[in-house]
Ligand binder design. Structure first.
Ligand code: IPD
Ligand code: CA
Ligand code: CA
Length: 266
């Protein structure tokens, strides 16, 4: 597929993300329906559904043959080499539901296991992160690159905790404690997509998390790779969008973080 085609995919993804994100911005702080999914604090609002419907309808009218993997409506099937859109209509739902303005829309296109383009739009800060395979990553049109922090001791990190942290043996809490005890600033924004977008923008140096879904990280993974970052499992083996651990960094502190994440915690 040519770069031109990637750009066409990106322009539609961008249109869908802006439409949905602007709707979320208007709804922010108003009263709306909030339900729980599995787990009391794993929330879904009526706007998760509305945003997803809006995004799918925008993409479907441009590309009627493409298929979808979307958080609230699941997946549609088709031949293996069909372009698949991976959509998180509202990443940071718990923040949105509590009127905390840290959330975004995340959309990526994938074909035969390769990410083609990605968009993350944070409507409250009007930040539009975009990228195409081989074409770089951008924030509101400005090229992005990861930070140049060389030493873990100088790094600022970010992480997240799974909704089932109390029963998930890999819950990030021991590692969180370990990095904090080393004296590092560690943040928890509540949006995996924004964690990765901020890493691509050089705001964070490293990020780790477990139990993520493809829609949480697909667009962010493409942005990070295009901004010169590195993404693997904790032990340095290839990252898989569909399962496993995730370690994402500026590349320079990757080994040092991997060492800590793979050590036995006492
Ligand atoms: C969640 C956020 C959060 C991460 C969770 C995700 P949601 O997505 O990305 O940062 O820690 O694992 O499920 O539910 O807000 O779309
Ligand atoms: Ca999510
Ligand atoms: Ca979501």
């Amino acid at each position: 597929m040519s770069l031109q085609s990637h750009d066409h995919l990106l322009s539609i993804a961008q249109k869908a993300a802006l439409e949905a994100g602007n709707m979320l911005k208007e709804a922010f702080g108003t009263s709306f329906r909030i339900d729980s999914k599995e787990g009391r604090h794993n929330l879904v609002t009526e706007y998760d559904h509305r945003a997803e419907d809006m995004i799918i309808s925008c993409i479907h009218s441009a590309f009627p043959d493409h298929i979808f993997l979307a958080e609230e409506s699941g997946s549609t099937g088709a031949p293996a080499d069909t372009i698949r859109w991976i959509i998180d209509p509202l990443d940071g739902t718990v923040n949105f539901a509590h009127s905390i303005p840290i959330f975004c829309v995340s959309i990526a296109a994938e074909q035969s296991g390769k990410l083609l383009c990605g968009v993350i739009y944070a409507p409250m800060t009007s930040e539009l992160f975009t990228g195409t395979h081989g074409g770089g990553a951008y924030l509101n049109g400005q090229a992005l690159s990861v930070s140049t922090t060389d030493n873990l001791e100088d790094a600022i990190l970010v992480t997240g905790f799974p909704y089932n942290a109390w029963e998930n043996p890999q819950n990030c809490i021991d590692h969180f404690s370990r990095f904090v005890r080393m004296g590092l600033p560690v943040r928890r924004l509540g949006s995996a997509a924004l964690d990765l977008a901020y890493l691509a923008a050089g705001r964070f140096d490293g990020y780790w998390e477990v139990s993520l879904n493809a829609w949480d990280v697909a667009a962010g993974k493409l942005l990070l790779q295009e901004a010169g970052g590195m993404i693997t499992q904790y032990d340095g083996s290839p990252h898989n969008l569909y399962n496993g651990t995730m370690l994402a960094t500026n590349g320079r502190i990757h080994k040092a973080m991997s060492k800590i994440l793979t050590e036995q915690v006492s």
